[in-house]
Design a protein around this ligand. Structure first.
Ligand SMILES: [Zn+2]
Length: 443
């Protein structure tokens, strides 16, 4: 009998492997950060002894979810300036507050809180795009969440850099520092075409090539962006990025709401990944992305919550459900089904961050990022189709264990890495300052 670090017995395992195998009474043996073995309980009984054991009877085990577009620290701005139209919200609320309050402490605390909220919903990897990304990386390490903190590059001064040159140099140092970390994949994030000059876009692309890291960008999010970019450059946003040579398989293009058939072809041929953020797109009245069509054409599509300031939570299960409902209207003819939808949150996410060999499915030799759901709750009964229940019925309320890189980070409502009360207490002081600065008192 072989001794392993963690043994999960008797669960139903949704592997999400290429054959879409489901094991009804399964066993998973985890050693260090890796799935050493998995299979039918009756075939493997007696092979392994676990130092830590989980009895997963009446539970479902799934690969961890991947949130491929968010701004974690914006958790501290959740609900701030609610009900104000987009441009006024940005100009009068978000930008001034970010300028005054976003510092290392704000980013660290906000990212810890957002990271914990992510874990609670079974998210095991996040792609962040904000400022002070070294603090985001520290926060993720502290709570044991895998992630791609991506350094924001804009044409103007930002909370972490006095000018774009400084931002580029900070980003380089950040990438070098975190390049070989087992939980962190550093990324680069030119904000958008309208906020990042061509010269800067090319510099970020060079960095992405050199270090082979993800490049995140907001793309074709709303009509205003499309017409602004067309006016300034003579091309649509996707065409423009293609023209200057930015698009490739390292790119995670967030939103892609307003893309036509020709642009879909460009995204496909370049291998660009699309991060679909349906709730943020609805909340900000941006539109409905044609992800059914994009996925049907072979584009890798994943899901993102966007930041808590435009969602207003990090529950990716809401994106899962909303995305399929929207495609029922938008791309009916492409028959976008529950399997395609759930894949976006697992394998699609893993591919977007360049880790499809390591993550996205439960298989021998892959990293042990997985979620154990209690499947005996009312929402689970009956279960004619596991994926139908996952996509439409459960809304993330049944997460019992979250295991990331082989470590249990969440168990029955408790975070194993940090005391959240202390972080909330420290964050409260920041929230009070934001409130008094804006006069945005609670109603
Ligand atoms: Zn965003």
């Amino acid at each position: 009998m072989e001794e392993v670090d963690l043994l999960i017995k008797h669960g139903k395992i949704l592997t999400q492997n290429s054959e879409d195998r489901i094991i009804n009474d399964g066993i998973i043996a985890i050693n260090d950060n890796t799935i050493l073995d998995l299979g039918n309980f009756k075939d493997m009984e007696g092979l392994y002894e676990g130092e830590k054991r989980i009895n997963a009877q009446n539970k479902l085990i799934i690969p961890g979810l991947v949130n491929t577009h968010t701004h974690l620290a914006m958790n501290l701005l959740r609900g701030f300036g609610e009900g104000v139209p987009l441009q006024k919200w940005l100009d009068d609320y978000i930008f001034p507050v970010e300028e005054k309050f976003v510092n290392e402490e704000f980013v660290y605390l906000g990212s810890v809180l957002a990271g914990l909220e992510s874990i609670k919903y079974g998210i095991t990897s996040v792609v962040d795009m904000y400022y002070f990304e070294d603090k985001v990386a520290e926060a993720l390490k502290k709570i044991g969440l895998r992630g791609v903190p991506s350094y924001s590059i804009l044409d103007k001064s930002t909370p972490d850099s006095n000018n774009p040159e400084e931002a580029i140099s900070n980003a380089k140092n950040f990438i070098k520092e975190w390049k070989n970390d087992e939980l962190i994949t550093p990324g680069i994030a030119p904000h958008s075409i309208y906020n990042t000059s061509e010269d800067l876009l090319l510099k970020t692309k060079k960095m992405s090539d050199k270090f082979n890291i993800p490049l995140s960008i907001h793309l074709a999010e709303n009509k205003r962006e499309v017409s602004e970019v067309k006016d300034r450059f003579g091309y649509s946003p996707v065409n423009y990025l293609d023209k200057i040579g930015i698009l490739d398989s390292n790119v995670i293009a967030a939103h892609c709401v307003h893309v036509n058939d020709e642009e879909i072809k460009i995204l496909k041929n370049s291998g660009t990944n699309v991060a679909h953020c349906p709730i943020s797109n609805l909340k900000l009245s941006s539109g409905i992305s044609p992800v059914g069509k994009m996925s049907n054409k072979g584009i890798n599509v994943s899901l993102g919550t966007d930041g808590s300031a435009s969602n207003n939570n990090l529950n990716l299960w809401e994106e899962i459900k909303t995305s399929i409902l929207l495609q029922n209207i938008k791309c009916k003819e492409h028959n976008f089904n529950v399997s395609d939808t759930f894949f976006m949150s697992t394998g699609g996410g893993a591919k977007s961050i360049g880790l499809s060999q390591e993550l996205g499915s439960l298989e021998e030799g892959k990293l042990a990022d997985l979620v154990v759901l209690n499947s005996s709750s009312l929402e689970w009964f009956p279960c004619y189709n596991v994926k139908s229940n996952l996509v439409f019925s459960i809304n993330g309320c049944d997460v019992e264990y979250v295991i990331i890189n082989g470590k249990i980070v969440y168990e029955n409502g408790e975070f194993k890495t940090i005391a959240k009360e202390e972080i909330i207490e420290k964050s409260r002081r920041i929230v009070e300052k934001v409130e008094s600065f804006s006069g945005n008192k609670k109603h």
